[in-house]
Design a protein. Structure first.
Length: 94
């Protein structure tokens, strides 16, 4: 049976994990070298040595990075569509 100390330690670890995940998310989204579709393995050079990256499990790193990639791809799609919408407008001449 878990003691109060064990439960507090577990809650603190979860809280720290959440904090590291949030910090890593911010770091990855602010880094201009991270491009849509880039694999984490190639991008990790920009994160190594940062506590928020080093303290996360591989699974947590991949999970956060996948979320960043989805957001970057969505933003790139929207920017592309906005930038090319004039190509799809046809003026009808009567």
């Amino acid at each position: 049976m878990a003691t109060k100390h064990d439960m507090r330690t577990s809650a603190m670890e979860n809280c720290a994990c959440c904090r590291y995940r949030r910090q890593f998310y911010e770091l990855a989204t602010m880094n201009k070298n991270v491009l849509p579709g880039a694999p984490l393995k190639e991008m990790e050079i920009f994160f190594l040595g940062r506590e928020c990256y080093d303290k996360l499990s591989h699974h947590d790193r991949a999970d956060v990075f996948q979320k960043v990639m989805m957001e970057l791809r969505d933003r790139a799609k929207k920017e592309f569509l906005v930038g090319t919408q004039h190509l799809y407008k046809h003026d009808v001449i009567v």
